[in-house]
Each structure stands twice: as structure tokens, then as C-alpha cells.
Ligand binder design. Sequence first.
Ligand code: ADP
Length: 540
Amino acid sequence: MGLSQHPERETHSSGLGDFLRNNQNEIIADWTTRMRALAPACELSDAAIVDHLPWILTRIADFVASVHTGTTVSLGTLPKDHAIDRLARGFALDQIVTEYGLLRRSILDLWGARVGPTVDLNEVQTLDKAFDESLRQAAVRYAEAREKLLKALDRISEAALGPDDLEAFLEKLLRAMRDSTESVDTAVMLLRDGDILRVRAAVGLEEGLDETFSIDPPEGVSGHVAAARQPILVRDAGTDDRVVSRAIRAKKVRALYGVPLLYEDKVIGVAHIGSLTAIEFSEEDKLLFRTMANRATSIIVKAELVADLRRAVELRERVLAIVSHDLRNQLGVIAMGANLLGMRVGQLDASADIKKPVDTIQRTANTMQHLLGDLLDMASIQAGRLSYEPQPTVMQSVLADSCDSHQAIAREKGVHLRCDVAIGDVEVMSDRERILQVLGNLLANAIKFCAPGDTVTVHADIRDSDVLVAVSDTGPGIPREELPKIFEAYRTIPAGSGRRDGTGLGLYISKGIIERHGGRIWVESKVESGSTFFFTLPRT
Ligand code: ADP
């Protein structure tokens, strides 16, 4: 919407001041249209764009009219308040300058359209003076407030650099909030704990604060803030019905300003500041508090994640302790008993009823022992504590032993198992049992995935600084897209491929063991041609 030319010109003997007062709505409408074209103001609602404008225009009108009345008119704090509002809305300083420039153009264009080309020079000079003064005040205020904001944000970043204890950070944060503004005497931080908000830190209320205080939204001022997801100002918290905290009431807090801590659209907590003297906080203080709370939110979320992680690690350690000691021992007793029973039953008549269930118990107990061992190894690798006892080991004998112990199962399946490991008495520093475990995993997989008639080969090479072992098969191969992820924990080829699923821990553990030895493990494979798993072990 632009300015329309008025058919009949108005006479304005009363001057520019009256003109501004009488045509305020038109000026604002024209200015709003011009402002919408100005980013990021165009994303604001009209109400947010207009903001302080009616008051600013009235003051400018008084200012201009003072040319005739001789009275002294001040612009008051309006330009400053407006500057803070704009800072809060993300305006840069040059956008505020442009804003005033557009307002001046709207006024003079409307005057030109309604009154004509002549204007009292004195009045225009005063109008310019009002604009110059507004701009000066706005610029100074904007710069001061921005500087204060940056300093406060610096303090928050500093507080976040300390030890990653959330409570300590919250306390420092609240102190920074209180110290950054004169009128703030109390500051409280409540964080969401399930459905309720729990006080996690407070300053200025130490004497009366109930550490276990919690709020069930929308109860209390904090509950209101969380439910409305908007800042709320209470003018007299000591008597306001919404205030349920006894500490705040007892302290006779007057102005109370609460803001929600929003993270990815979720209210993760509420922070509020209180004043013992003021019934309102300045726009600047409110902006400062909102900005600090915003900045703190992601730090809080991170600290909570770290705390969760720590708890999860502690839990894992506890489960690990139970599994590795108690459960493993109990299972050992069952397996031993079952083996003993198996031996006794073996001496009975082959058709005895008891043979089958004893067999099942034996097999199940062995599988469970294997599974438990894998789970323990996986957890130990993740915790960086895989047990291994390296000793000079003749690699050829380890490889030959492993091949020997897999011959029976390969034969049973009709798979040829070849052992091409003549590398003499070369030694590697290794834990023999752990290397047998790796070979066991690789050979069991290779045999498992091969069809009758296929071949599995174990091959070894001596290199300058290490021994290279390759376990290859002529089986189905591994799809190319699976190769980069094949050594991840719980990784099995997706069901539907027709292959059997296991726990997907074997290769993860093998990798952990080889890396613990300072070696490397990798795979090369082509679908329908087979797979080769390689690993290296440093020579002594
Ligand atoms: P698991 O312990 O359950 O056997 P692994 O970690 O050893 O699991 O293996 C992960 C997956 O890698 C297997 O489920 C299988 O899909 C694939 N894989 C491993 N070795 C071979 C192989 N020699 N040929 C084809 N696929 C294999």
C-alpha cells in the first residue's frame, strides 16, 4: 500500500505538529508497508513492527510543535526502549537507522500529498532534530545493551567451561544473571523431571529455599510459564495467587519474571528472576535474561546428556560385574553338572529317555556360556578394558591348532578346510587364547556360510613388521554396501537374504582383540565369489 494522492489539499495553518497528530494512523500504515519490505522486519507481525511507534510519533509531534509554543519537549526514554525492543527482535543497528529514515519519508510524503510542496523550514529543522536525537539515543542504547549482552554471554560460556557438573554450572549461571542486572535480587532454575519441574539451583533465596521444591505444571508461576511457553511477569510475587513457592513469598519478592527454556520445541525447564524493590524489569533486563536463558539451554541439555551417559556407564559396569561374576559362576555350575550327568547317562542304554533332555541341557548351557562370554567381551572392549596377556607366540602353531579343531565341523558340512600356514617359527606378541578366539570366529563364519563343496583356506604370510593371516572362503560373499559396517557390534546382514542371523558380535569382538594387539583387521568380498578376512599381528 503506497500513498494515494488526496484530491483536495488540506490547509494546515496549525503546522506539522498537528498534522502528525491528526494523521498518525495513515503515517503508521504507510510506514508499516515500507517496513515489511525490510528484512527481517517483514517476518514480524504488524503489531510487532508498529510497537512503540504511536508514542514516538506523539512525542515527535510535541517536539515539532514546540517551535511555536517555546516549551521544552524531551523524547524521554522512548527511542531507547525502542532500540532495546529492536535488538531483542534481532535488528542490526543499520536497520534501526533505516527504520527512522522510512518514518521521515512517510511523514514528508504524506505532507506533500495532503498539504502540498511548501513546509515551514523551522518545523522541518525541528523534525530533523527530533530524528537526529532519536537516532543518537537509539545508537548509544543499542551499543550499550549489546555490549552488556555479549559480556553476559561470555560469562555463561566461561561458567560452562568449568567441570561438567550441572548443579555447579546452574549456580554460576544464576549468579551471572543476578550480577549482570542491578534490579535482580533472586534467580531460580527449575528443570523438568518427568512431568514436574524441580528446583535445581537458586541464588538470593538460600535461607528459605526448599531443595526438594517441585511444581506440577500449570501450577505456580513456573508452571504457568512452562504451560504457556511464554515469559510471564508478576508484579507482586509476595501476594500474587499464582506464586506457590514459600521461599519467594517469605522473601517478599516483588517483580518476578519467568522464562521457559525451550530446546527443540520442548520446555526443558523454567528460569525466573525476582526483585525485592522493583515491580517491573526494564526491557533491557528482560532481554538480557531471556538471552542468557536461551544460551544456557543447550549447555544444560548437553550437561544432562553427559550425566545420563555417566549413569548409563555406571549401570553397564554394575551389570557387567553381575554378569561376569555371579551369573557366569552359576552357569558354570550348571554346565559342569550337565557334563557330569552326560557322562553318566552315556553309560546307559542308548535308547534311555533321559539322554535327550540331558543332551539339550548340555548344549544350551554351552551356548549360554558362549553368549555370556561374547557379551562380556563386547562390554570390556567398549570400556577399553579387554583382558589379554601377550606372550611370544609361534604363530604357525596357533593357526594349525585352530584349523585342526575346525576340521570335524567342516567335514560334517562337506566343506574343504585347507591350512596353508608354513611360516616357520616366526613369533608374535599375542595372547594365544584371544587369537584362537578370533580364528574361531572367522572359521566358524566361513564354514557356516559355505555350502557343501565350497572351500575355506587359512593362509599366512610373513612381512617386514607383521604376520598377515587370511581366512578366505568360496561362499556367498558379502554385499558391497554391508562391508563398511560389518565390524560394528550387533551387525548382521538384514533378514530376508535367506541367511541365518547371529548376535552380530563375533566380528566386533575379533576387531577389538586384533586392535588390542596393535594389529589391523579387514575384509574383502564379492557377492557369489566369496570373502576373505585379513588380520595382521606385529612381530616381536
Ligand atoms: P555372529 O557373531 O552373529 O556370527 P559376526 O559379527 O561374526 O556375527 O558376523 C556378522 C555378519 O557378517 C554375519 O551375520 C554375516 O551376515 C556376515 N558374515 C560374516 N562372515 C561371513 C562370511 N565368511 N561370509 C558371508 N557373510 C559373513
